[in-house]
Design a protein around this ligand. Sequence first.
Ligand SMILES: *Cc1c(COP(=O)(O)O)cnc(C)c1O
Length: 372
Amino acid sequence: MMRQMDRDTQIVHAGFRKRTEPGPFLGGPQFSSTYTSPGEPADNELTYGRFHNPTWTAWEEALRILEGGEAVTFASGMAAVDAVFGTVLRPGDAVVLAADCYYTIRRMAAAWLEPIGVQVRLVPTRGNAQEAALDGAKLVWVETPTNPQLDVCDVAAIVKAARTRGVLVAVDNTTATPYLQQPLELGADFVIASDAKAITGHSDLILGHVATRDAEKINALRTWRTQHGAIPGPMEVWLAHRSLPTLPVRLGRQCDSAMRLAEALAKRSDVAAVHYPGLPSHPGHDVARRQMRAFGTIVSFDLGTRPRAETFLKSLSIVREATSFGGVHSMAERRARWAGDAISDGFIRFSVGCEATADIVDDVTQALDRAR
Ligand SMILES: *Cc1c(COP(=O)(O)O)cnc(C)c1O
């Protein structure tokens, strides 16, 4: 029997044209607001640019292969989050939201869901605490590992608890990417991601997507996108697809380096805490080992105070001070400069890039020495 093709190979070719088709491997971005479409709209494959675009279709095919479910591309991660909330939740419903999930999602829920009568239950990620808050809820919103504290929960266990109570499960998979973790395979109803981060990895675009295995949900999400207009530009989608074949190589390098950096940080007495699911001391390590292929590109750590964190960031020579994560260039920030997370003033979120491992570790080491 023939060996099944490796997933890395599938990703390299995902959504690209077949080898039997002449022309470029990946067609260029198609810029069109409208299409020549005589007579009945239904007789034309393409009509108007808010409804469909062949550049989106090729990218969504790639995402389908990565996620193991149908995908819809959106203008940003937040537009993707909004589409799930908007198609699922109605006044009177309750949503169980990870209390440590991406802060804009919590703010959006407080600003727009609570005022229309959706109950928002904030429950921590750690220890699968969300399971105890599911009764009577419509949706549970899970994020693992969380941004920026990198807490982990057991997706399959939450799915099991949610199923018996008729609760839908949505997983924000941004930090892991579908290369490292496939929530639909673990039974989730929706997977959501910001595609501005590691999946595209070049810090040059904002995009998001939702994937699901349910045809009705896909139709609702597409209708939501068409009617609310949260559509991505063809250029961004094409750049994203252009970046995808290197995902396995990029993440292989980045996750290896992240592990090495976490180990180096854990040895230092001047670093108060290191958060990385790959460390055996991490409370979610065993779960992460089971449900992830590797432990991700972010390492968070605590330098205790704002002045120490600022001196550290100023002393870096390769690593850039910038928000966001997952890109080929290493970057770090003092996360508490943005309000919204229960973290110390010295908390650093460090995104490990594709530079040589030793250069990243050396740069961090010399900057820590200066910040003593
Ligand atoms: C960045 C991010 C988002 C939001 O995505 P945008 O593309 O910035 O709108 C949502 N969830 C997580 C975990 C993120 O890191």
